[in-house]
Ligand binder design. Structure first.
Ligand code: ATP
Ligand code: MG
Ligand code: MG
Ligand code: MG
Length: 488
């Protein structure tokens, strides 16, 4: 089955269960002070969960473009090193806003969410039941003092043998989008795609949630019941909701019978193109493989952001994108020996893989190519010199920790984001004095602040470190700015 067919199967299945299929929200979030990028399918529906707005359709499904590089869900360190975490990925999801199961088209809750997920995976998509494990929230004895999710357990017990139902703690089975916002207990589905020989050696149950590349989580069914407030307390939501998220690339890996997301038809055309352009081979050397995976992954994150209108820059979301791009450029430079812009040349194949499902990619193709090429060009101008400087810094470092002021020089003069410097140092067995970096950064800010104060005139700098709590939008557009935040 091709990835395109798999996406359609998912959407059609839920369409058949009276769900309205909606488009993905943008990946770059512009109107929520608690979130920079969409990190889950539910983000665009947050207001429905909180009861601030009423949903037009009670049942909804979609494929949402997500980015997990900042905040609570940050997978950047894993990307490329493992084969199933991406920066940008698609999350397939189905939702029920409210749980009044009064008719076939009304809201639903744990029972239907659980039954349908099982039906789709095993009956429709034909995943072997013997390869699946499910998890249930065991409760917590901390300040939240939450009960075990007995209801989910009972519904699973009706369809899955007991020894395949595992208990999970808060880290894995209580889902929160961020430090604030809607949250609740969850049940996850994991799949074991190891060979029969490997399965005979170790039970799959013992590998669930253990970062095993072939025993992976594919679907999370979240039962939204609470709102986490800015002060950390949980308050019950006005109604209960279903929020599910399934990793599309991981599902394709399972259904296409391959052992890595990068071997699916979503990634392999991009990898073939990287091999051609850089004259390398995937699958022969671990360092080269990681570099190729990082590049294949990062080009998607960067292209989708630009298509959403977020260009690389030096602040906020733009800087996150710039960091991702520079990280990929440096992997290409160091491990593939690429000294000139090349990532912009991958946009074409990316558009052919994903342009139909996400037309914005097709529409913005030339902009994406130009911006990426320019970014590559400007960073490559200083990358080599910066690496030379870093090497000499390392040589003269007597301890295993590199001075933060030197890292700041790399940032300031050579455009090395701090995490890139830290990554290179880590590869060489060194740590970075991050406090020293922060201090140097602060000193520079003070210098430029006192310089700009002279010309600033009557511009007022608003403090950004006031703790804020999202209280929802006011319906009157003109008041939005005034009512969106409440100081707490
Ligand atoms: P993991 O434990 O593997 O990091 P998660 O528990 O953080 O996943 P959820 O927040 O539950 O993930 O997201 C729902 C689904 O999205 C997961 O079950 C998984 O299939 C997929 N997913 C999560 N993070 C990523 C990622 N970085 N890249 C690709 N797919 C992902
Ligand atoms: Mg995760
Ligand atoms: Mg998980
Ligand atoms: Mg999960």
């Amino acid at each position: 089955m091709t990835s395109k067919e798999i996406r359609n199967q998912f959407l059609n299945f839920f369409k058949g269960k009276a769900h309205k299929i909606v488009p993905s929200a943008p990946m770059v979030v512009r109107d929520d002070p608690t979130l920079m990028f969409t990190n889950a399918g539910m983000n665009q529906f947050k207001e429905f969960f909180l009861g601030n707005r009423k949903a037009e359709h009670v049942r909804v499904a979609d494929s949402q473009k997500c980015l997990r590089v900042s905040g609570k869900h940050n997978d950047l360190e894993e990307v490329g090193k493992d084969t199933y975490h991406h920066t940008m990925f698609e999350m397939l999801g189905n939702w029920s806003f409210g749980d009044a199961a009064s008719s076939d088209t009304a809201g639903y809750f744990k029972k239907e969410a659980i039954q349908w997920s099982w039906e789709l995976l095993t009956d429709v998509l034909k995943i072997d039941k013997a390869d699946l494990y499910v998890t249930v929230f065991e409760g917590s004895e901390d300040a939240d003092n939450l009960e075990m999710d007995k209801e989910a357990y009972e519904h699973w017990k009706a369809i899955v043998p007991k020894n395949r139902i595992l208990m999970g703690d808060k880290k894995d089975n209580f889902w929160e989008m961020g430090d604030q916002g809607p949250c609740g207990p969850c049940s996850e589905i994991h799949v074991d795609i190891r060979t029969a020989e490997e399965k005979a050696k170790t039970s799959g149950a013992s590998l669930v949630n253990q970062d095993h590349p072939q025993v992976v989580e594919i679907w999370n069914l979240v039962f939204m019941q609470y709102n986490r407030k800015a002060n950390g307390a949980l308050e019950p939501l006005p109604a209960k909701h279903v929020d599910t998220g399934m990793g599309f690339e991981r599902l394709c890996m399972v259904l296409q019978g391959v052992k890595s997301n990068y071997d699916t038809d979503i990634f392999s055309p991009i990898i073939r193109e990287i091999e051609t352009i850089t004259n390398t081979k995937y699958g022969q050397n671990e360092d080269i493989d990681i570099a190729i995976r990082v590049i294949a992954d990062h080009v998607r994150a960067v292209a989708f952001s630009i298509a959403d209108g977020q260009l690389p820059s030096n602040t906020g979301a733009g800087y996150v994108i710039r960091r991702i791009l520079r990280r990929a450029i440096r992997y290409g430079f160091t491990f593939l020996g690429i000294k000139e812009p090349f990532m912009f040349r991958l946009v074409n194949v990316l558009v052919s893989v994903m342009g139909e499902a996400f037309p914005e990619l097709k529409q913005q193709r030339h902009l994406i190519e130009n911006v990426v090429r320019e970014e590559e060009h400007s960073f490559l101008n200083t990358l080599e010199q910066g690496l030379v400087l870093l090497e000499s810094v390392i040589q003269s470092t007597k301890t295993k920790t590199v001075d933060g002021h030197k890292a700041f020089e790399l940032y300031d003069t050579y455009g090395f984001p701090i995490d890139l410097t830290a990554l290179i140092l880590e590869e060489k067995g060194y740590a970075l004095d991050e406090k020293g970096f922060e201090k140097a950064m602060q000193e520079q800010k003070e210098r430029s602040k006192s310089a700009s104060e002279i010309s600033k005139g009557d511009w007022e700098i608003l403090s950004s470190d006031v703790e804020q709590e999202f209280v929802g939008y006011d319906l009157l557009e003109a008041d939005v700015k005034l009512t969106k935040y409440r100081r707490v």
